[in-house]
Write a protein of this length. Structure first.
Lengths: 315, 364
């Protein structure tokens, strides 16, 4: 193990720079899921929404040449998944765990199928790809050694992702609508008596969560890998769920946890790059192992919305 | 006589909840859901610029047209019966084991690992050891989330999904570094010895012992869940955890037992695929059997015989899909979307079937 290679500033720079980049999809998904969960909807279909976002976004970006159109349509795609989830949970009142699992599997199959049809002409080694987003270097600030590259030379979607954290925090805790949303998640019967349209809030919260997950997913294709492949989300949707639980449904905590997860993943990537005498497969398991450790050591979470996963109906 | 305000009587349509849904209604819901899924998949087929009738026709012929097709369907159903049963056992206790996929691989790896040293054994003994090894491997992998849930209350959904990913990497490591077929470029092991492979059980076919084991497992699970005290406790836990505890049922023990059994059956699925179909260990021996098992368990209404029926149905779909791709140009991936579609449409149909429309003569 070449310790001297690790303790360079270059290593730390790419470590933390990579951390913020890897955190972005998780952060989008988790910030969106907080809102959904706070309204009382479980939404285990986050993985499906992320996958849908990465596929739709990639497809649109590829065909239109515009990455931003891809991002927009990715949000729409994720929103559609959220809409289906809301329909099954709020209107049909199917068991939310089962609905989430079914939606995951459905969109896993659908995205693969559509990809195969649309890109049927590609064979062999040349995969369809797009030019990914360029990093945005904030003038002046990005010149600062180390911190400049880490914090002020990220992709624009990363900045947007982190911007959503205070936005969601403000919405949930400082606005009337956020308060109503949180009440719906705790005791829908009580707030129903005040004439609040519970279904509308739940639909909105779930669609928003789906849209955020979709944008998180498209980051993987349009701002990271540049192409789409089966399983590109790699279980991140599930890690998002774990982070929201472990983060006790508090946006700031969730942001920090997402960054910690990004650090682990970035660390394992950097180690692989440095060339350690350690089987790379075990480094790849690190994010998943840490998720299990996190959720095990986290203990029982007191912040869960009381009505999470519980159906509400007037009768 | 003074007249009060006139009351209008008229026929009205009312949308109301049924008191009970008889088997006829449930059957109608099932058929309705299947029809809905078929319609949506027809739309998907049209998107592929393929002929709908040709697609469905070749799908059906590929699944049931002739002895070879039929036996291939049975072979394809085998791992699905296993994983469906595995998920059934856990879901019956309201424990959501999403890790059947990982437990499948754990059983396959355990089976392969012992197969290396079984070269000289008589066949019945070798096969028995393989079965036991895959049961044990899956049970072990299922016990981990089970113990975490029982002792620490850890959410089993997250743990099992994470473990699905972890074992894929472990498998990749083992095949690349220790088990690789020497001189082979591909990431796969050498063939397992002849005496370890499952015998064929139907003439003129490749239907192997695994299928018989799967059907037997369905019967065993039925008897276990409905005719034994432990089975009762498992079902009781699923009905109401607090009531079970009140009755004195040791919930911790049941949780671990459920995960061990569930993991074991999924592990046997893996061993069966190794010993009966591929005869070697590779990275791609599962096409998402663990996840499909969830759909099958739910479609089978968490009953072993329902699971067998649903598994054969899905096995037919998978088997027929290759003919569909060849004859109609529809990618095989449609079938995986179709499987989830069937579940969602049937679930939606079931919810809708709880309501009925009645015409009543009512006052305004």
């Amino acid at each position: 193990m070449m310790l001297s290679e690790i303790l360079t500033s270059a290593f730390f720079t790419s470590l933390f720079s990579g951390m913020l980049r890897i955190t972005t999809p998780i952060l989008f998904g988790a910030t969106g899921l907080v809102v959904t969960n706070r309204s009382g909807i479980l939404n285990l279909g986050v993985e499906g929404a992320m996958l849908m976002g990465s596929f739709v976004g990639f497809l649109v970006a590829y065909q239109s040449g515009s990455l931003w159109q891809g991002v927009f349509m990715a949000a729409v795609g994720g929103g559609i998944v959220g809409l289906l989830m809301a329909f099954m949970s709020v209107t049909l009142r199917v068991n939310q765990t089962v609905a989430g699992l079914a939606i995951n599997l459905l969109f896993t199959g659908v995205t693969l199928y559509l990809y195969r049809i649309i890109f049927a002409d590609f064979s062999g080694s040349i995969l369809p790809n797009v030019e990914i987003f360029q990093a945005v270097h904030i003038p002046g600030l990005s010149e600062i050694p180390v911190i400049g590259e880490v914090v002020f030379s990220q992709q624009i979607l990363t900045y947007i992702g982190f911007l959503f954290v205070p936005l969601v925090f403000y919405f949930l805790y400082r606005t009337k609508y956020g308060l109503i949303l949180r009440c719906i998640g705790e005791n829908p019967a009580a707030i129903d008596m005040k004439g609040v349209n519970i279904s509308a809030y739940r639909y909105g919260a779930t669609i928003f969560g789906g849209m955020m997950a979709g944008v998180g997913g498209v980051f993987l294709t349009v701002a990271s890998a540049g192409l789409f492949m089966q399983g590109i989300t790699g279980g991140r949707g599930w890690i998002v769920i774990a982070i929201v639980i472990f983060g006790d449904w508090k946006p700031v905590r969730i942001m920090l946890l997402s960054m910690f997860f990004g650090l682990i993943d970035s660390f394992s990537l950097q180690l692989q790059g440095v060339g350690i005498n350690f089987p790379y497969q075990f480094l790849l398991t690190l994010p998943y192992v840490f998720t299990i450790l996190g959720i095990t050591l986290g203990g029982r979470r007191a912040g869960a919305p009381l009505a999470l996963g519980v159906h509400y109906s007037r009768e | 006589m003074t007249e009060g305000p006139q009351l209008k009587r008229k026929w009205k349509w009312r949308f109301e909840k049924r008191d009970r849904t008889g088997p006829l209604i449930q059957l109608a819901a099932l058929i309705g859901g299947l029809t809905g899924a078929l319609l949506i998949s027809a739309i998907l087929i049209v998107t592929a610029k393929a002929d709908i009738w040709l697609a469905f026709g070749s799908l059906f012929r590929g699944a049931f047209g002739g002895w070879y097709a039929f036996t291939q369907t049975l072979i394809q159903s085998t791992p699905l019966i296993f994983t469906g049963l595995a998920v059934l056992v856990s879901f019956k206790a309201k424990i959501f084991n999403i890790g059947a996929e990982g437990q499948f691989f754990a059983g396959a790896m355990a089976a392969f690992w012992v197969s290396i040293s079984l070269a000289g054994f008589p066949r019945p003994v070798a096969v028995l050891i393989i079965v036991l090894a895959s049961l044990f491997g899956g049970a072990l992998y299922g016990a981990i989330p089970g113990i975490l849930k029982a002792v620490l209350g850890v959410n089993e959904i997250i743990v099992t999904v994470m473990m699905n990913y972890i074992i894929q990497f472990i498998l990749s490591y083992m095949i690349s570094n220790h088990w690789r077929d020497p001189g082979d470029y591909y990431l796969q092991t050498a063939f397992i010895p002849e005496n370890v492979r499952f015998p064929m059980v139907l003439p003129h076919s490749r239907v192997h012992l695994g299928f018989l084991l799967a059907v037997t497992a369905a019967v065993v699970i039925f008897c276990f869940l409905w005719k034994t005290p432990s089975g009762f406790e498992i079902r009781a836990l699923g009905e109401s955890r607090s009531a079970s505890r009140y009755k004195g049922i040791d919930t911790k023990r049941i949780i671990i037992l459920v995960m061990v059994i569930s993991g074991a059956i999924a592990g046997l699925a893996g061993g069966s695929e190794i010993a009966g179909v591929h005869h070697r260990l590779r990275l791609d021996i599962s096409t998402g059997y663990g996840y499909t098992g969830i759909i099958i368990a739910l479609l089978g209404k968490l009953h072993p015989f329902g699971v067998v029926a649903a598994a054969v149905f899905f096995g037919a779909l998978v088997n027929g899909s290759t003919s569909m791709q060849v004859s109609a140009g529809v990618p095989v991936a449609l079938v995986y979307a179709l499987q989830s579609l069937v579940l969602i449409c049937v679930m939606a149909a079931e919810v809708l079937s709880q309501y009925r429309i009645r015409r009543v003569y009512d006052v305004e």
